[in-house]
Design a protein around this ligand. Sequence first.
Ligand code: GDP
Length: 479
Amino acid sequence: NPASLVQIMLHLGEMVTATQSVSDETLQLLGAELNYDVQVVSPEEEDRELLESFDIEFGEDEGDEADLVPRPPVVTVMGHVDHGKTKLLDTIRNTNVAAREAGGITQHIGAYQVTTEHEGETRKITFIDTPGHEAFTAMRARGAQATDIAVLVVAADDGVKPQTVEALNHAQAAEVPIVVAVNKIDKPDADPHKVRAQLTEYGLVAEEYGGSTLFVDISAKENIGIDDLLEAILLTADAELDLRANPNQAAQGLAIEAHLDKGRGPVATVLVQRGTLRVGDSIVCGEAYGRVRALLNDKGQQVQEAEPSCPVQVLGLTSVPSAGDNFIVVPDDRVARQIAQQRAARQRSAAMAKSSRRRTLEELFKDMEKGQPRELKLIIKGDVSGSVEALEDALLKIDVGEEVSLRVLHRAVGAITEYDVNLAIADENAVIIGFNVRPEVRARELAEREGVDIRYYSIIYQAIEDVENALRGMLKPEF
Ligand code: GDP
């Protein structure tokens, strides 16, 4: 009974009450003591089990080797702010002849596809249209990976910067091959060799220096070297990846963007990863479901189907999914609804458990005791850049000794967004500090669901005081 469990826990050195939720580690400890095999099921496993109960496997190509056909690589453009990510994405899109010939007007749907000649063959490449590692981080926070190759943009007149390093860390952690685009070579002070030399320190050694990373000198502004970049992407894909999928099966993939459109209802851009998505399919996407009413491509044209690596907007969902949610085509509407409802129900109960499991500022202390690195990670958002910088400066000056440190993962002006929350989740429970700002609705919902600690302040010293106390709490108690 609960009372005797509390006894045993006390014996194991943990103070708990009978009604308190306990961590996975505690449960395992308890299980070991009582000779039970405690299995902690992750949300991913739980979802896999749910899908399996409907005879669906997510992430698996069906059929034999022979059913697999090549699919285009999916590329994310990352790099330091102002190094030209947006410009590059625009230039690639605009100079793509096929796009113009098709007569459509380019629509920003979150991703687009271009066609290029490669070794006498017509090949496609899919670009995720959200520059930076926002999209990448959002996906990774949810255990999803949409990207096959990362293009790391580095301005040749500015060289390697903090976000360059951050971006390449993200890509390397996800084991995504990197192609380096050395941008702005049109500028008089451009020094592309320096960029190559700098990046060797991070394990990106250019081919011409005996390494295996392709570096391409480009100017996104002057449209120089773009074809070479596309070539390098395909060379890297062919050399390092085996990108194939079975188009002849029920489609599966990921939502990469979604919003509520006043006239059209929920609109989700999905990336088909395997199978072929068709109008009329019954689909479940995260907790949203529905029948595909229409598919729109990146030129705003209606299409009947979408093959692997193809991004399309899906109309017909009952609600708005989140970026990173998987989508699956299921046999009928009933199955779609059941999966969506079970996910929603599970999400509600998981949210309660999770919010007690994730660290709040106070609880960090306990985790630290367990020998986890004593580092407090922060994401700072503020109303004006002056206040963000002032707060960051002040926080970084807090000194409670060498044993604990403080790291600012991200700081920016503006409301707290889903990106901030996802970053907090991806980077292991960072705490978000909002200075005179509030979260966006979806960010707040996500934070509540995932139990991310968001703190609001309007007075700098109060923020400093809280953070200082948290850092002190992290200090190991002296015996
Ligand atoms: P992002 O923050 O990485 O998305 O950078 P942007 O694409 O917004 O580019 C930042 C600035 O650099 C803009 O003013 C661009 O016009 C400029 N820029 C981008 N690419 C080039 C380039 O190849 N040459 C030059 N001279 N300027 C560029």
